[in-house]
Design a protein around this ligand. Structure first.
Ligand SMILES: *[C@@H]1O[C@H](CO)[C@@H](O)[C@H](O)[C@H]1NC(C)=O
Ligand SMILES: *[C@@H]1O[C@H](CO)[C@@H](O)[C@H](O)[C@H]1NC(C)=O
Ligand SMILES: *[C@@H]1O[C@H](CO)[C@@H](O)[C@H](O)[C@H]1NC(C)=O
Ligand SMILES: *[C@@H]1O[C@H](CO)[C@@H](O)[C@H](O)[C@H]1NC(C)=O
Ligand SMILES: *[C@@H]1O[C@H](CO)[C@@H](O)[C@H](O)[C@H]1NC(C)=O
Ligand SMILES: *[C@@H]1O[C@H](CO)[C@@H](O)[C@H](O)[C@H]1NC(C)=O
Length: 469
């Protein structure tokens, strides 16, 4: 559309070329994510036949199909579905095996829907490809890949195969355009192998460039930071099965903060299971959340659809670079090299609520080892100081203003603001270029936490070695 005026002046050959380009590049696009309540296998300890495995996967895909059709009807260009969304979790190496397909490298240029049977039997790839093709929408899904190996490879597991937690992407014609093997497996994922290298998977579309990774990958440098920072993708695709962990690592809270800290669009699709505290999906832009979902009451899935800028870095609203330690260089509370500075004013002080200011500078060692620098204002569970830092979901205290900053040794800092009821605060806060996270207005809801969640990747221990079965 941008080129239509130019074409008026062109000769017909020029007109053709320009209109072809003009028709392709979109300034904005419509993104969708689906939070899915996965139908689980009754027993993940007992092996099932490939037919039984496929029946369970078909049930889940039937639910995803409804969401994909609805997203396409609302004009979405792309939809992301969750990690483990097709078969669930808690398998062993043997019991996951009947669910896996041998997923070829996208370089083979394959539309499974149009050319089924070209490779090994792949009913799941074919069905996903047809869903993309029939509905003219990019489909992002998570499934399992298997790759046979033998003693010619010294690292080959004793059962003769690698098994990978894998994201696949089909374009709107059903072509397989991306395949990503999860690099940072969660501690419980014994059914899968670590890939040999991180695999920085990207692809280009008429609505921007995309990078992809999975769940726990968001906590580490490779491939997440490389995709956003060095490869400068516009949008990250993020299937996840995220267990909410307050005070600082609830899904909507941390994923929206990462999008803002890294300056990318971020499409996060979580699984939904209230018993396991899995909920929280969103469509996040560099300047704040555009749509998100957090629901601990209901058991059904949920579709989010909203518009995003295709190339947010080119937008006049794109947030300026931040020097995270500029403002905080004077006074504060400190741990090791990190000093945190807070100024604030509460609307009204509630006698039965206390808040603390916390600083943490060190190696985090629970569910993975990674180096953190965190400054946080936190609501405590009770008025007993030793309850501070425990998960808390409700508060009563609104703040007239707050300003939090810290003397960070890293430039990777993710700003979090979380309100009572685990709600985000779009438009109510901002990050200044001197590193202050400040409120823009009196908070519209009581505050649970305000945090600068810093990751110092250089201080991480080396990446976990190849796991043996
Ligand atoms: C796609 O469309 C074809 C032809 O209309 C139909 O046979 C097929 O079942 C559809 N597949 C899916 C997954 O929607
Ligand atoms: C072992 O694996 C290699 C590489 O995957 C393959 O070329 C070779 O044919 C295999 N050998 C046997 C005996 O299966
Ligand atoms: C996408 O486009 C960019 C810029 O045009 C290019 O540098 C990059 O190699 C492309 N990536 C892929 C995966 O084609
Ligand atoms: C949530 O997950 C648990 C454990 O995997 C399972 O027993 C339960 O049925 C799931 N809940 C729902 C509503 O699916
Ligand atoms: C950020 O500010 C600190 C403190 O004034 C300064 O030492 C540092 O060089 C600045 N960093 C950058 C990247 O400008
Ligand atoms: C505060 O909590 C700690 C640990 O739970 C407990 O030992 C202590 O007695 C409590 N203090 C008060 C004043 O209740």
């Amino acid at each position: 559309a941008r080129y239509s005026q130019t074409t008026v002046f062109g000769a017909s050959a020029v007109l053709l070329v320009l209109s072809a380009l003009g028709a392709c590049a979109l300034d904005t696009y419509v993104a969708a994510v689906y939070e899915h309540n996965v139908i689980l296998s009754e027993d993940t300890e007992v092996p099932v036949s490939p037919e039984e495995a496929l029946m369970l996967m078909e049930k889940n895909i039937a639910i995803l199909e409804v969401a994909i059709k609805e997203a396409a009807r609302q004009g979405a260009h792309i939809i992301v579905t969750p990690e483990d969304g097709i078969y669930g979790w808690a398998f062993t190496r043997e019991t996951i095996y009947p669910y896996l397909e041998d997923i070829p490298d996208p370089q083979v240029d394959w539309i499974p829907c149009a050319d089924p049977g070209r490779f090994a039997p792949s009913p799941v790839l074919e069905r996903l490809s047809c869903l993309a093709r029939n509905n003219s929408i990019y489909v992002v899904a998570n499934m399992g890949d298997k790759k046979a190996c033998n003693s010619s490879d010294p690292k080959c597991p004793s059962d003769g195969r690698y098994q990978y937690n894998t994201n696949v992407v089909f374009d709107s014609e059903g072509k397989l355009v991306a395949r990503y093997h999860k690099y940072n497996l969660f501690v419980t994922e014994k059914q899968f192998n670590y890939p040999k290298d991180p695999g920085f998977v990207t692809f280009n579309t008429s609505f921007g460039s995309f990078g992809i990774f999975t769940c726990a990958d968001i906590l580490y440098h490779d491939p997440a930071v490389v995709l956003a920072s060095r490869l400068q993708v516009d949008t990250i695709l993020f299937p996840t099965a995220w267990v909410n962990t307050l005070p600082l690592l609830s899904a909507v809270q941390f994923h929206s903060a990462w999008a803002m800290g890294m300056g990318v669009n971020f499409l996060s699709a979580n699984t939904h299971n209230c018993t396991l505290e899995m909920t929280g999906s969103g469509i996040y832009a560099p300047d704040g959340p555009r749509a998100y979902y957090y629901n601990t009451e209901m058991d059904n899935g949920h579709l989010l659809v909203t518009e995003l800028s295709s190339r947010p870095r080119l937008s006049p609203d794109y947030p300026a670079a931040v020097n995270w330690s500029l403002y905080a260089s004077h006074r504060a509370i400190c741990q090791q090299d990190l000093c945190c500075h807070l100024s604030y004013k509460m609307v009204k002080k509630h006698q039965d609520e206390i808040y603390v200011l916390g600083a943490f500078d060190g190696l985090h060692v629970v569910e993975g080892e990674y180096y953190l620098q965190v400054c946080t204002l936190l609501k405590c569970l009770s008025t007993n100081l030793s309850s501070c830092g425990q998960p808390v979901e409700m508060a009563q205290t609104k703040f007239e203003m707050f300003s939090l900053s810290g003397t960070f040794g890293t430039s990777y800092v993710f700003p979090e603001v979380l309100y009572s009821g685990v709600q985000l605060a779009p438009g109510e806060f901002e990050v200044l270029t001197d590193g202050r996270l400040i409120s823009r207005t009196t908070t519209s809801k009581p505050v649970l936490s305000v945090a600068l969640f810093g990751r110092w990747y250089e201080k991480d221990p080396p990446h976990t070695a190849q796991a043996s079965p």
